[in-house]
Design a protein around this ligand. Sequence first.
Ligand code: SAM
Ligand code: SF4
Length: 337
Amino acid sequence: MTTTTNKNNSSQLVDRFGRRVEYIRLSVTDRCDFRCVYCMAEEMEFLPRSEVLSLEELYFVAQAFVDLGVNKIRLTGGEPLVRRGILSLVEKLGQLPAELLITTNGSQLAGMAADLKRLGVDRLNISLDSLQDDKFKRLTRTGRLHQVLAGIDAAVAAGFKRIKLNAVVLKGRNDDEVLDLISFARDKGVDITFIEEMPLGAITEHDRAEAYCSSDELLALIKPAYPLIDCTEKTGGPSRYYRMADSDSRVGFISPHSHNFCSECNRVRMTVEGRLLLCLGNEHSMDLRQVIREHPGDIERLKQHLIQAMDLKPEQHHFDLDDDAPQIVRFMNMTGG
Ligand code: SAM
Ligand code: SF4
């Protein structure tokens, strides 16, 4: 048995640069029902079950993080909602004294949104790159737009605290839909964030440098149609947000290339094999699966490892579209994006 007591304390997880880690992103599966062109290759090999943390192990890690003062847990993947038994994990996590968030492609939400809300999920991020059937299909390879739109409607109806759409924008593929996506977000009363593609994993469908679309280019495109007002509030994350005078929806930008956000980084990630990644753009990591499988139930030992792991957190990422820059070989679905 453990004590999970740290509801209001600030985190005991502090790195060498004085950054406090208060946010853990847990990848609960590397599998997905989509094959988005910027995230996965068409043919993917997934992990064998023995290498994947069980739902109990995932909960155990979350509990240790919360004990140490982490106040925000995000479930991601792969597609978190295709993990078998995910609702039982959500139910347990929903009782921890931390905010619970999920990032999803929306394909399962029509049937699951109400349960997720009831079990304690506070906020959802839903990926949506296109509002056009054929383009959506080309970007996701196997996705069906109508399912995702039904999922978004179910999420809105379920009454989450906040819903945010995420769109990765690629030049020549969906950059012409940016204004339509904002209009859609305004109609639904949700936020939207545009993401610059990151060089994670070797993809074959497009040249990342050619498809690169900077947040500043998007801002220039958006501002004449929707005057944007700078948001002063800090999100503790990499997004820069803007408001619109005539809507509650916010427009955000995640710009790993054009705006470095490392100095404010408050998060770490864990892959579904239990590899703690200290930075999205670096390979610095610690094998937590080994710790929890060699010492099952020993949460104090796990917590000591988490505290020590903070020393491995690098100062910043090195994303660069230049060929000679360090590139990350793992795919986003392995990373827990
Ligand atoms: N399957 C869920 C989804 O799509 O929302 C959760 C996992 S997905 C890896 C999380 C987010 O990462 C999605 O919004 C997706 O668009 C984004 N993403 C995936 N690969 C990316 C890349 N190479 N660069 C930037 N964002 C990426
Ligand atoms: Fe699946 Fe999300 Fe990756 Fe798309 S971005 S392939 S939905 S994990």
